[in-house]
Write a protein that binds this ligand. Structure first.
Ligand SMILES: [Fe+2]
Length: 196
């Protein structure tokens, strides 16, 4: 499922700051499927990655993304089945631990370098962090309930493409409390916009 973005046909005005303050609180059950085994990637996830890779060149020159002073995003592609975002990260720009609701996803770094920390369940029942440096041209893929944070640890801005299917409807943010993953807040989305 390769999808061509049409910058003039989507929402060039929708370059927005990421909302770091949750707009709704919700306590949910902890995810049961925090991470799949390496190599356990579905055909759907491969399709999302192909879409993200196909959009990465356009992302490099997407309007308003070259010199971010804070993390900002814009919608590249939106359909009933899939959506794609371009995100610009200044040095030090980050998003805290979160999941993607019921969406699977793929992230491709188009410019710069990002550090992902994902949360991996341990045999003891607790969780542990696993870090992954993603350089330009690199990518990550994830299934539902993947929990991670991302930061630009480089000295220059980074640009990444994030593709989700189905489109995001919720993101739950987490904290780690004595080795346990605790949901802290849930942001709800409708048509790419956070809603209360
Ligand atoms: Fe994410």
């Amino acid at each position: 499922m390769a999808i061509a973005a049409s910058p003039s046909a989507v929402h060039p005005q929708r370059v927005r700051e990421v909302r770091s303050r949750p707009v709704a609180m919700s306590v949910q059950h902890l995810p049961r499927d925090l991470a799949r085994a390496p190599g356990d990637v579905s055909p759907e996830q491969e399709s999302l990655l192909a879409t993200a890779l196909g959009l990465s060149e356009q992302a490099r020159s997407w309007p308003g993304m070259a010199r971010p002073t804070r993390r900002q995003w814009d919608l590249m592609v939106a359909s009933d089945d899939v959506e794609a975002w371009v995100i610009a990260w200044p040095p030090g720009g980050a998003i805290e631990l979160h999941d993607h609701g019921g969406s699977s996803g793929a992230v491709v770094v188009a410019v710069g370098e990002l550090l992902e920390t994902s949360i991996v369940p341990q045999p003891s029942g607790s969780v542990a962090p696993r870090t992954n440096t993603i350089r330009a041209g690199g990518f990550i893929q994830f299934a539902q309930h993947h929990v991670h944070d991302i930061i630009n640890v480089g000295e220059v801005p980074a640009i990444s493409v994030h593709v989700y299917a189905p489109p995001l409807t919720t993101m739950t943010y987490y904290r780690i409390d004595e080795g346990d993953l605790e949901p802290a807040a849930t942001v709800h989305y409708a048509s790419g916009e956070a809603v209360p």
